[in-house]
Design a protein around this ligand. Structure first.
Ligand SMILES: C[S@@+](CC[C@H](N)C(=O)[O-])C[C@H]1O[C@@H](n2cnc3c(N)ncnc32)[C@H](O)[C@@H]1O
Length: 367
């Protein structure tokens, strides 16, 4: 798949109409979204979709004649939402707990369980804050990913709740806001780790990759990077900056690209003025001319909890396209992930620098 193909939006038909999606975007064919879309009933005038992804539930809300606001974190998903709905929906890049209090008559939320319990809790709190008194929260998720306990938590935050549908492990429910929600806790967390001879503090919002500790694969990659000659460094899929913060003072310049907004905010918090952090689906936020001496990446292989390799394949394509001649691409991955053939096809040669649970691969652009 070429980068142009990766970035091409694809139309999908749903019972409620057409949507655009693309690789790396969750929700277009997810049965939890489908269940929530089928469980909703119009209530009031203003509806908020707090986890829209490709917009399957947003479309159902629009079909109910509601004024819809969709708050999304993924750059790729935001592009799809804008293409699918144009001005018919207010598409907002934001955090699900930083909402306008009391704005919504109805909130729809597919539980973002793959992002961890703290992120789900804050999303539920966001829903509770966004609703006006008497407003309704429509919720869907899987009992295999904590639906029952999140439903109980939502009841504690809002009030009365009713289970609407069960389909296999999936559940949909509706709750009514009977009392004011609890206060919003401070979302930021931090930890320290010793990396490349220094003790560093990493701050992050909930729901980011490897929250609370440095990923062992990322640490292995850092241990195999040279101390000198890194030049201009690009960090592809940067998360909260785990690979970049240790390179401050060693790289000539640092650019971080990240699709997820809480991760972007976390990386900006960690790196401040010392790097350029961009909200980007792969390399789309870079200027066409931008080239780098070194590219580092621990590529994603999950989208909404499902293993998907298309984004990682696009990372490899982008790394090749963005390296200057002689530039090096360092990639770390779980050993079971088949990246070598992709790297070989694009770079002609790939070296394994380490294999300890994870593998660190190096490919150099010679042409
Ligand atoms: C395995 S994590 C690595 C994060 C960080 N580099 C580290 O080492 O801790 C992969 C990162 O890629 C990001 N990501 C996923 N799809 C992306 C895309 N299409 N464009 C840019 N970043 C993406 C994820 O949000 C995640 O932060």
């Amino acid at each position: 798949m070429t980068l142009a193909e990766y970035h091409t939006l694809r139309p999908v038909s749903t019972p409620a109409g057409r949507l655009f999606t693309k690789p790396g975007v969750r929700g277009a064919a997810d049965p939890a979204y489908d269940l929530l879309a089928r469980s909703l009933e119009a209530y009031g005038e203003r509806a908020l979709d707090l986890n829209p992804g490709a917009g399957r539930v947003t479309l159902a809300l629009l079909g109910q004649g509601l004024q819809v606001r969709a708050v999304e974190t993924s750059r790729a998903a935001l592009r799809c939402l804008e293409a699918s709905f144009g001005r018919a929906v207010e598409v907002v890049c934001g955090l699900p707990w930083e909402v306008e209090p009391g704005w919504a008559d109805l909130v729809a939320l597919v539980l973002p369980a793959h992002r961890g319990s703290r992120y789900v809790e804050l999303s539920l709190l966001g829903a509770a804050r966004a609703l006006r008194p008497g407003g309704r929260l429509y919720l869907a998720g899987s009992k295999e990913r904590g639906f029952e306990s999140y439903f109980r938590l939502a009841q504690a935050m809002l009030g009365y709740g009713l289970l609407l549908k069960r389909e296999g492990p999936l559940r949909a429910a509706v709750l009514e806001k009977e009392h004011p929600p609890p206060p919003l806790p401070a979302p930021w967390q931090s930890f320290t780790a010793r990396v490349r001879g220094r003790t560093l503090r990493f701050a992050h919002l909930p729901g980011v990759f490897s929250a609370g500790k440095l990923d062992a694969g990322s640490a292995l990659l850092l241990a195999h990077l040279p101390e000198e000659g890194l030049g201009r460094v690009l960090d592809l899929g940067a998360g909260y900056g785990a690979l970049s913060l240790p390179l401050v003072g060693q790289a000539e310049a640092l650019t971080l690209l990240e699709d997820d907004w809480p991760s972007v905010l976390s990386a900006q918090e960690n790196l401040g003025e010392q790097a350029c952090v961009l909200h980007s689906d792969v390399d789309e936020a870079l200027t066409p001319q931008a080239r780098f001496t070194t590219i580092v990446s621990n590529p994603p292989f999950h989208v909404g909890g499902t293993v998907v390799l298309e984004s990682a394949a696009a990372f490899i394509e982008a790394a090749y396209a963005r390296l200057e001649r002689g530039g090096k691409f360092y990639l770390v991955a779980n050993r079971f992930l088949p990246y070598e053939p992709l790297l070989l096809e694009r770079f002609g040669r790939v070296r394994t620098l380490a294999e300890e649970g994870y593998k660190v691969l190096l490919a150099q652009r010679t042409g």
